[in-house]
Structure formats: structure tokens, C-alpha cells
Design a protein around this ligand. Structure first.
Ligand SMILES: NC(=O)c1ccc[n+]([C@@H]2O[C@H](COP(=O)([O-])OP(=O)(O)OC[C@H]3O[C@@H](n4cnc5c(N)ncnc54)[C@H](O)[C@@H]3O)[C@@H](O)[C@H]2O)c1
Length: 362
């Protein structure tokens, strides 16, 4: 996705280049809410995507993030075979310091005004409690607590999907998908990261953990028998699998040279800073990259299931199918000698184009 410093300076040119339908700036001085909602593509259905709250350095950074996130939601839904489109919301601010009930409910009012074109869920910096606040103002939210008729926390399912993607990648590279003794470094041990550490340890993998929150590193490493690693030394560790589970763009021209892993497979959205450049660099370096939006679709699948009338069994089936979806992407990448992200994009774009055609006919 061409969202770098070289991207068009006009916002409309940028939206045109990325294919976005709508961007809404939400400003509410009373609650301090400064949020951006982006609706990328609704060909397959209403735009579904998380609300992220983060201390963005600038408005441009927040806009860049919401545009990247929403586009990857469209692609994620498409490769996962779901009938929904892609959208996303970001709130500018520190979730630990600035977030309030009123702020989340105000965001709910903005979402309500979109009349179902955008449906949200939790993401970094937000949680099920926040979704509950949004639900007080609009029905267009998923991932609300079970007590409110929702499917609850989607992060264990998101982590299971990532595990499926890791297994499919290991199968491709090593011929068998067992994780016994395989080494994995998990960067970012928040909601998804911690669940992933748990699953990896249950599969008897050797797990290293790092986070900017040192307290969590101590807690999580103790709880699951993982090895703590200082955040600034993660690229010095000799681990076969690097699982980015924090912010995106950690795979870039500055880090690729340092990577010692054979596989990159994690939950973070938009792991490649520039997918054209860095997807190719990884292919040339012989590092297998399991495209983020293919393997982190579990959270989306959970939210989608909630919209369809939640069934735990069906949700698990769809999530375990991430194994096959990843295998298909890797197969196409190999057959056409294209990067794995190009292969995933081809599969996603073909489904959207096919459905767009049938929707335009009587
Ligand atoms: N929550 C979901 O259901 C879901 C689903 C799919 C993808 N994702 C993606 O997975 C990633 C993690 O989501 P989450 O819900 O676990 O978020 P979270 O906020 O619970 O956890 C993120 C963790 O990353 C840490 N972190 C932040 N910057 C870091 C850095 N530079 N280095 C190391 N650690 C850092 C934070 O301290 C925190 O512990 C995000 O990119 C999110 O978009 C989340």
C-alpha cells in the first residue's frame, strides 16, 4: 500500500490512490474526542473494523494509520471469505490517561450517524468495556461483553488464527507443522500477544517475549515460562519465527537487514512499512512473510460471527481455516514468484472484483 512520505499530498488524491470511499473527522471539545473514521470499501458488505486509541505524534500519522488499517480490513474480510467490507477508526490520545465513558459514547454517536455503513470493534487501546459504552449509543458495534449479547473478547480467537498462520508457514518451510522446539519471538504482549504466547507454549514452542511495558514482560514471561527480552535487543535473538504483535511498520528498510528469522508471522496490522518494497526484499532474502491480514483475521471472524448470530463452533471453524488460506497464499507466491503480500492482494482483489460484477447485474 503506497502510504509513505512519497504519497500524494492531496487527501483526495490519497483516497483515490488507496480506493477509500469515505473519511469522517470526529471532533468533540466537550469530551476531548478527536477521531477519524475511514470507510474503505463496502462491496462485500458494511465496513467492519476496530477502533484504535493511540498517542499519535501528528494528525498525519493518525490519518495514515486509519487509512492503512481500513484498507487492510477490506482485504482481510475478502481473503477470509466474509461478506463484509473494510473500515477502521482511530482516536488520538493516551488510552490510559485520556479515555472516558463520555468520549467513547460520543464516538458511538458519530458511528450511529453513519447508519450502519461502519461497524466497529476493539483494537489497540480499546477493550470490551469501551465497546459496551459505544453500544449504549449505537447498535453498530461488535465485541461487546457476553452479558450484553455479544461474543466478548475477540483476542483469544485472533491469537488462534495467528497460530494457524504460523503453523501453515512452518509446514511450508520445514515440511511439518509441529511447533515443538521451534523458537518464536513475540513482540508486544498485550491482548493478542499474551494469548499467542499461551498457545505457543501449549504447543511446546520456545518463546521469547518483549514489550515496551517492562512490567508485562516480567508477568507474562513468568506466567508462561517464556524468555524475557529487552525491547531494543529483539533483533539480536536467534529465533526462527518473529511474531510482531504491537504496532505496524516494524518490517522496513532499517530492520530487514537485521532480521535473523526464517518466518515473520504475527498479529500486528500493516507490518510492512511499504508492502511493495519490503514484500520483495523479504522474498529476495528468503524470509517467509505470512501476510498480516491473512493470519490475523481471527478477531474479525469473531466480530463477523457476532453479527451473523454468534456460534462458537462456526467461529472456530472459520478461524482454523486461516491455515488453508495461508497455504493458498504461499502456494500462489511460489507459483508466480511474487511476494506473499502480492499473492494475498491478488486473491483478495479478485474476490472483490467478482462480487462487484455480480452486484452490478440484475
Ligand atoms: N485485538 C484484536 O482482536 C486484534 C485482531 C487482529 C489484529 N490486531 C492487531 O494486533 C496488534 C496488537 O493488538 P492488541 O489488541 O493485542 O493490542 P494491545 O494494546 O492489547 O497490546 C499491544 C502491546 O504492544 C505493546 N507495544 C506497543 N508498542 C510497542 C513497541 N514499539 N515494542 C514492543 N511492544 C510495544 C504495548 O505495550 C502492548 O502491551 C495491533 O497491531 C492490532 O491492530 C488486534
Amino acid at each position: 500500500m503506497p502510504l509513505t512520505d512519497n504519497t500524494p499530498s492531496s487527501i483526495f488524491d490519497l483516497l483515490q490512490a488507496l480506493g477509500h470511499q469515505k473519511v469522517v473527522f470526529c471532533n468533540d471539545p466537550d469530551t476531548g474526542l478527536k477521531a477519524i473514521i475511514a470507510v474503505h470499501d463496502t462491496t462485500l458488505g458494511p465496513a467492519l473494523g476496530g477502533t484504535r486509541m493511540w498517542t499519535y505524534k501528528s494528525e498525519t500519522d493518525a490519518l495514515r494509520d486509519v487509512l492503512r488499517l481500513s484498507k487492510s480490513m477490506t482485504y482481510k474480510a475478502s481473503v477470509s471469505g466474509l461478506n463484509i467490507g473494510g473500515g477502521s477508526a482511530v482516536i488520538m490520545g493516551d488510552p490510559r490517561r485520556d479515555k472516558t465513558e463520555a468520549m467513547m459514547r460520543k464516538l458511538g454517536r458519530f458511528i450511529k450517524n453513519l447508519n450502519g455503513e461502519f461497524i466497529t470493534a476493539e483494537d489497540m487501546g480499546t477493550n470490551t468495556r469501551d465497546m459496551e459504552y459505544i453500544r449504549m449509543e449505537t447498535e453498530h458495534v461488535t465485541g461487546v461483553p457476553e452479558t450484553m449479547g455479544g461474543s466478548g473478547d475477540p483476542t483469544p480467537i485472533a491469537a488462534r488464527g495467528v497460530l494457524m498462520g504460523i503453523k501453515a508457514s512452518v509446514k511450508e518451510l520445514f515440511g511439518a507443522d509441529t511447533l515443538v522446539g521451534r523458537s518464536v519471538i513475540v513482540q508486544g504482549i498485550g491482548h493478542v500477544g499474551e494469548n499467542l504466547v499461551k498457545l505457543l507454549r501449549e504447543e511446546s514452542a520456545k518463546v521469547y517475549v518483549s514489550d515496551i511495558n517492562e512490567e508485562r514482560v516480567v508477568q507474562v514471561s513468568k506466567k508462561y515460562g517464556a524468555q524475557p527480552v529487552a525491547n531494543n535487543t529483539i533483533f539480536d535473538i536467534n529465533a526462527e519465527i518473529y511474531a510482531p504483535c504491537a504496532l505496524g511498520a516494524t518490517v522496513n528498510s532499517r530492520t530487514i537487514g537485521k532480521l535473523k528469522c526464517a518466518i515473520i508471522a504475527g498479529s500486528a496490522n500493516n507490518q510492512l512499512e511499504d508492502e511493495n518494497i519490503h514484500g520483495r526484499m523479504l522474498l529476495d532474502k528468503g524470509i517467509l512473510y505470512a501476510p498480516d491480514y491473512v493470519i490475523n483475521a481471527g478477531g474479525l471472524i469473531n466480530c463477523y460471527s457476532e453479527l451473523m448470530g454468534f456460534s462458537k463452533k462456526r467461529t472456530l471453524q472459520l478461524t482454523e481455516n486461516i491455515y488453508n488460506a495461508t497455504r493458498n497464499v504461499l502456494k500462489l507466491s511460489k507459483a508466480e514468484n511474487i511476494s506473499t503480500i502480492e499473492a494475498a492482494n491478488k486473491i483478495a482483489e479478485k474476490r472483490i472484483a467478482d462480487i462487484r460484477k455480480i452486484k452490478s447485474s440484475y
